[in-house]
Ligand binder design. Structure first.
Ligand code: B12
Ligand code: SF4
Ligand code: SF4
Length: 407
């Protein structure tokens, strides 16, 4: 597998590493994705033509902009991924998700984004930060809802900015270039995989060798002809996982139904974003989560090894590992959207944040606490049947069935 990675120790989120070592992986990814320690002496000499020079320049520019890895791929349609999406839709595994599932022909063909597209420059932005929110110990004496790492601040904005520099460089040379990232126009992971950035893990995430999976991914689609140097060779599925399957065992709802295959109907990350009632059979498994789920990455030995070798920087001020749930349940619609409007909330309706918080409160709250009782009483008396139903569940979970008026 070939790709361009920054040094693992330099992937502090938001920091601009002083020196990026451009590393060409020279051998198959080893177990646990530990990369080769040095470039291969047998690596062919770099091509010197203009295409290769521009490609190298773009990779350097991306790494200099703070990306942890940059790779180059062709812009051919992603036929295998389209077939996977169609098949998973047929099996109902997408639940009610739209995203890339809405129009698989479009989301798997970069030429629908930019007619005449020839190449993709794919980048990975690290969001690996010190993590006070994922430990078992509560963050405060008040019940707090856990927010997944990627959503604690706007890492997509940083990724877009770094890719924007690459796109501007291409435009300055007379090419057309468009940045796409997490916007359903393209299957981001398939692009990263084709560009040789990493392998598809059994948790369905793309893992970068020696760096793990705490990355968001995005792409510059361009009509420039570019070529990886050496050309990327996509890794076989599950390549760096070896015989491990910890993510599949650790998933609280058994949503990873086969290696690399996720059933959204059971995935907590999706259920927290899905409209309607939170399925009762998965409410206890939700624990304190109110947005996103990190379990299948937290248990991953590749990620653990990286954290041991290169302890992550503490989260900067302003990041949001946890949310005070009673505060959330007291907040107005406007205040909720102002605080969390960056998240994907169905129909941008703040009631879904309250729904999530009520389930989490039912799991980790204290039924004997007067403020909790007051909040529950308030929502039990609401005129929104969805919220009342979740408030009833929370009250019963907390041993406060006495607050629930029989319907
Ligand atoms: C829909 C979606 C979701 C859905 C469904 C995820 C899923 N696995 O399908 C939900 C809401 C559940 C979700 C959750 C999360 N997501 Co999301 N999501 C997306 C989105 C919008 C589309 C994904 C997609 O097209 N899936 C379609 C299916 C077919 O593709 P796939 O799941 O990648 O399947 C591949 C593998 O199955 C592989 N494969 C095939 N055969 C085999 C066989 C073996 C053995 C193996 C190992 C693999 C394998 O090939 C398939 C592709 O052809 C992308 C953004 C984008 N525009 O691409 C982000 C994206 C995938 N999500 C991302 C993130 C960060 C997350 C979360 C970590 C957030 C969180 N903490 O809650 C979780 C992780 C859950 C998980 N285990 O995947 C990142 C992933 C970055 C990375 N390093 O991989 C992306 C790329 C966003 C971004 N731009 O950075 N997500
Ligand atoms: S995000 Fe959570 S619920 Fe979804 S597959 Fe991973 S561990 Fe399971
Ligand atoms: S936890 Fe999952 S993704 Fe990580 S190495 Fe094991 S099987 Fe692969």
């Amino acid at each position: 597998m070939h790709g361009r990675w920054a040094d693992p120790g330099s992937d502090g989120v938001g920091s601009r590493p002083e020196r990026h070592r451009v590393r060409a992986a020279c051998c198959a990814v080893q177990p646990w994705g530990v990369p080769c320690s040095a470039d291969s002496p047998t690596r062919p000499p770099a091509s010197t033509d203009a295409t290769a020079a521009l490609s190298r320049e773009l990779v350097r520019l991306g790494l200099g902009g703070g990306l942890s890895a940059v790779g180059i791929a062709t812009a051919e349609p992603f036929e295998d991924t389209r077939a996977d999406i169609v098949e998973r839709k047929r099996r109902g595994l997408h639940g009610s998700m739209q995203f890339t599932y809405r129009n698989p022909d479009r989301s798997t063909d970069p030429r629908r984004i930019l007619p005449g597209a020839r190449s993709l420059v794919v980048g990975a932005w690290s969001y690996r930060e010190g993590d006070p929110g994922d430990g078992e110990a509560p963050l405060s004496s008040r019940p707090s809802g856990r927010v997944a790492r990627y959503a604690r601040r706007d890492h997509y904005a940083s990724l877009r900015q770094a890719l924007g520099q690459v796109a501007d460089h291409l435009k300055g040379r007379g090419w057309r270039a468009t940045v796409v990232c997490d916007d359903n126009a393209l299957v981001d992971r398939a692009a990263a995989h084709r560009a040789g950035l990493g392998w598809f893990g059994k948790n369905s995430l793309v893992l970068l060798p020696g760096l793990g999976s705490w990355f968001v991914l995005g792409t510059v689609v361009t009509d420039a002809a570019l070529k990886g140097d050496p050309p990327p060779v996509p890794a076989p599925h599950g390549e760096g996982c070896g015989s491990c399957s910890r993510c599949m065992q650790a998933c609280p709802t058994g949503a990873l139904v086969a290696p690399g295959v996720l059933d959204a109907r059971r995935c907590l990350a999706w259920l927290l974003q899905a409209p309607g009632s939170f399925p009762e059979e998965h409410r206890e498994a939700l624990g304190a989560r109110i947005y996103g789920c990190d379990e299948c990455q937290t248990v991953c030995p590749v990620n653990r090894l990286v954290d041991r070798r290169h302890p992550p920087h503490p989260p900067p001020p302003g990041s949001e590992p946890a949310v005070d749930m009673l505060g959330l349940l007291r907040a107005s619609d406007e205040a909720l959207l102002a605080a969390h409007g960056r998240w994907y909330i169905p129909e941008r309706d703040p009631r879904y944040l309250r729904r999530n918080a009520l389930v989490a409160l039912g799991n980790v709250g204290d039924g004997g606490d007067p403020e909790t009782e007051q909040v529950l009483r308030h929502w039990l008396g609401a005129d929104d049947p969805l919220i009342v139903e979740h408030a009833r569940w929370a009250a019963r979970q907390l041993g406060r069935g006495d607050l629930v008026v029989p319907s």
